[in-house]
Design a binder for this molecule. Structure first.
Ligand SMILES: [Mg+2]
Length: 125
């Protein structure tokens, strides 16, 4: 059975991989550029597609590898900045749920933002 990995575990794997190769001193510009480059490679798979299609196993693997490339550099950047993504994920999802409630009247919500400039995402509870 396939073993699930937490983001923290993935971050530790990336950290070990990076240190073993002496890549731990990459600067933020290089990591951000690499994220964008890999995101571009991922985007290429969806360029000119107007809808999702059933993917062959080969295509699914190619796209999956691009997701990994993006996540690899995101985790390297997060590690380097000492950002605990899991912690902030757990904090932010409830904020997003507050900002985008189920069955929300979006027009009213956007009106509130336009009138007040307040983003519910960053309002304290
Ligand atoms: Mg790639």
């Amino acid at each position: 059975m396939k073993k699930e990995k937490s983001l923290k575990q993935l971050g530790a794997i990336v950290d070990k991989f990076t240190k073993e190769r002496g890549w731990e001193h990459s600067d933020p510009n290089l990591l951000i550029s690499s994220i964008l480059i890999e995101l571009g490679e991922l985007a290429e798979h969806f360029q000119w597609k107007n809808e999702f299609e059933t993917l062959s196993e080969t295509k699914r693997k190619e796209i999956g590898y691009e997701f990994v490339d993006v996540i690899f550099y995101l985790l390297r950047l997060a590690n380097k900045c000492d950002i605990d993504i899991e912690k902030y994920f757990d904090e932010k999802i409830p904020k997003l749920a507050k900002k985008y409630p189920i069955n929300c009247n979006w027009e009213k919500a956007h009106d509130h933002y336009r009138k007040t400039g307040k983003n519910k995402l960053y309002e304290e509870d």
